[in-house]
Design a protein around this ligand. Structure first.
Ligand SMILES: C[S@@+](CC[C@H](N)C(=O)[O-])C[C@H]1O[C@@H](n2cnc3c(N)ncnc32)[C@H](O)[C@@H]1O
Length: 214
C-alpha cells in the first residue's frame, strides 16, 4: 500500500472508512484508558476523523499523523479552526491550541517532534497497512509514544475472501506485535452488521493495551 494509493483515495473522495459521527466504540471505551484531564492522545494515520473533535470536546489535547493534506485541511475546516502551518523536515506541522497534526509519512514522525503522548487511539490505522508493514508500524508507534496505553480497534475476517484495506489483523498478530511490552485485554468483539463492505463476515474487536513489561 504505497502513499499514492491513499492520495488517490483522498483525491477521488473514496473514503468509506470516514464516519460521519464520533466512533461509538471510542465513546463507550475511552474511559478504559483511565486518563487524567488534559491528557495528550495520539492518533496515528488519523484521516479527518471526527474522533479528534470528540477528544478535544472531552478536554484532551490531540496529536495525529496523516499522509494527506486534503484530509487535514478538511479536518480543520470541519472544526472551524484555522491552523498555523510550519515545515519540519519532510513533514508539515498543522497546529492550533490543543491540536498538533503532522502531514506526511508516519514513519518520518520522531519522538522529539511529537512530544509527550499519554495514550494512543488506533482506529483503522494498523488495519490500513499490509502485513509486511505492520511490525514496523507497531515498533515505530511504541518508540514514538514510549509505550503509552492504547485503545485499538481492529477487524478480523477471512483474508482469502477479501483483500484489504482494511486488512484482517488477528488477536494472535496483535500479541506478536505488542505482548512483549503490553498487557492486552479484549474489551469487546462485535459482528460487523451485513459483513465488511457488505461482502465478508467480519469481527470488529476493541483492545486496551497497558504497558506491563519494561
Ligand atoms: C483507513 S484510513 C483511517 C483514517 C482514520 N483513522 C479514521 O478512522 O477515519 C487510513 C489513513 O491512513 C493514512 N495513511 C496511510 N499510510 C500512511 C502513512 N504511512 N503515514 C501517514 N498516514 C498514512 C491514509 O491517508 C488514510 O487517511
Amino acid at each position: 500500500m504505497d502513499a499514492q494509493f491513499w492520495h488517490d483515495r483522498w483525491a477521488s473522495n473514496e473514503i468509506g472508512f470516514h464516519k460521519s459521527d464520533a466512533n461509538p466504540l471510542l465513546v463507550q471505551y475511552f474511559d478504559k484508558l483511565s486518563l487524567a484531564k488534559e491528557s495528550r492522545v495520539f492518533l496515528p494515520l488519523c484521516g479527518k476523523t471526527l474522533d479528534i473533535g470528540w477528544l478535544l470536546s472531552r478536554g484532551c489535547r490531540v496529536a495525529g499523523a496523516e499522509l494527506s493534506a486534503v484530509a487535514i485541511k478538511q479536518l480543520f475546516a470541519d472544526l472551524g479552526v484555522t491552523p498555523s502551518i510550519t515545515k519540519v523536515g519532510a513533514l508539515d506541522h498543522y497546529h492550533a491550541p490543543q491540536l498538533h497534526l503532522f502531514v506526511g509519512d508516519f514513519f518520518h514522525v520522531t519522538p522529539t517532534l511529537l512530544g509527550q503522548v499519554d495514550a494512543v487511539y488506533d482506529r483503522a490505522a494498523i488495519v490500513a497497512l499490509p502485513r509486511d508493514m505492520r511490525a514496523r508500524y507497531a515498533t515505530h508507534l511504541m518508540t514514538l509514544t514510549a509505550h503509552a496505553p492504547q485503545l485499538l480497534i481492529s477487524f478480523e475476517y477471512d483474508q482469502q475472501v477479501m483483500e484489504g484495506p482494511p486488512f484482517s489483523v488477528t488477536t494472535e498478530e496483535i500479541q506478536q506485535h505488542y505482548s512483549k511490552r503490553y498487557d492486552i485485554s479484549i474489551l469487546t468483539n462485535l459482528d460487523v452488521p451485513g459483513g465488511l463492505k457488505g461482502r465478508c463476515p467480519a469481527t470488529e474487536r476493541v483492545y486496551v493495551l497497558r504497558a506491563g513489561r519494561p
